[in-house]
Design a binder for this molecule. Structure first.
Ligand code: CUA
Length: 311
């Protein structure tokens, strides 16, 4: 959070510095008085302080406390005011749904309808404020990208919003900042800020359906069969291939091979990690909703190949 890449994060750092300075001053002052009191007590010959001195000290203590609290109050108001007003009426272009324990990401059109869904990676164009709608269909999560903005809770039955703006291209890690269950610590995601042209390309390529059969190798076609037989499709959608109703328990896998990570930014999306994840998801992230499906070695191999073909 000390390496801000957006205006909101920058404002939060400044507020943090004010709070830290005030807290550091209070800490040093209290320590100073404690040491002074100890030292004074050791010099027993000194007479106790007069009534007048004690009253003065009492009044000064209250005055300093009120002044410091006022500084914190004004600084906090000044920082949070723009967040409340900013783009309040601007429609959201992305919706993020807190899941157990990952993030579904819906890209929206002008009317707010979903164009396509991905998971755990949020692409945004550089230099523009992007309004994001935050919801949850289970427990309370909190959406936090330390380098870009503050935290906003995702509360079941409520819709919240946050605005992300990245002033430079890059990949920024985000995390869940509200304890939400056994895998709270492994509920991360990436925000990828790129140029407007690259972002447009991303939108276009992701609206396309998944690789068709003619684009798949023999092995990948076998893997596709395994995907159906092992009942992966009951939880995962692949647009244009399987779109079972209610298959929103697990991430949409339409362009899975383009993702940088798996299991909510827990491990990189490489063959070895993916193989391990499919074989034993509970070993990597105990308590997550993906069951271990027993597969023969050839089936496992083919399934991996199919998932890696979903460009
Ligand atoms: Cu989701 Cu903590």
């Amino acid at each position: 959070m000390f390496d801000a890449a957006g205006p909101d994060a920058q404002a939060i750092i400044q507020l943090w510095l004010v709070l830290f300075s005030v807290a550091a001053f209070v800490f040093c002052a209290v320590c100073g008085f404690a040491i002074y009191g100890y030292w004074r007590n050791r010099r027993r010959r000194q007479r106790p302080a007069s009534e007048a001195t004690i009253s003065k000290g009492f009044v000064a203590g209250i005055a300093v406390t009120v002044l410091l609290l006022l500084i914190i109050f004004i600084a906090t108001l000044k920082t949070s005011q723009p967040f409340a007003k900013e783009f309040y009426h601007q429609p959201a272009s992305i919706e993020v749904i807190g899941k157990r324990w990952w993030w579904a990401v819906n890209y929206l059109d002008q009317e707010g309808k979903t164009l396509f869904q991905t998971a755990n990676e949020i692409y945004i164009p550089v230099g523009v404020p992007v309004r994001i709608r935050l919801v949850s269909d289970n427990v309370i999560h909190s959406f936090w990208v330390p380098k870009l903005a503050g935290k906003v809770d995702m509360i079941p039955g409520r819709t919240n919003h946050i605005t992300l703006q990245a002033d430079r291209p890059g990949t920024f890690r985000g995390i869940c900042a509200e304890y939400c269950g056994i895998q709270h610590a492994l509920m991360a995601f990436l925000v990828i800020a790129e140029s407007a042209e690259e972002y447009q390309k991303f939108l276009i390529s992701n609206q396309a359906p998944a690789a068709s059969d003619s684009q798949l190798s023999e092995l990948a076609l076998q893997g596709k069969k395994v995907f159906h037989e092992a009942r992966c499709a009951e939880c995962h959608s692949i647009r244009g291939v399987v779109e079972a109703k209610g298959a929103i328990v697990g991430p949409d896998l339409t362009h899975f091979a383009t993702r940088k990570t798996i299991a909510s930014a827990t491990v990189p999306n490489r063959k070895g990690h993916l193989a391990g994840w499919i074989a034993d998801p509970q070993g990597i992230k105990p308590g997550n909703l993906m069951p271990s499906v027993p597969l023969e070695a050839e089936e496992h191999h083919a399934l991996l190949h199919y998932l890696e073909s979903l460009q």
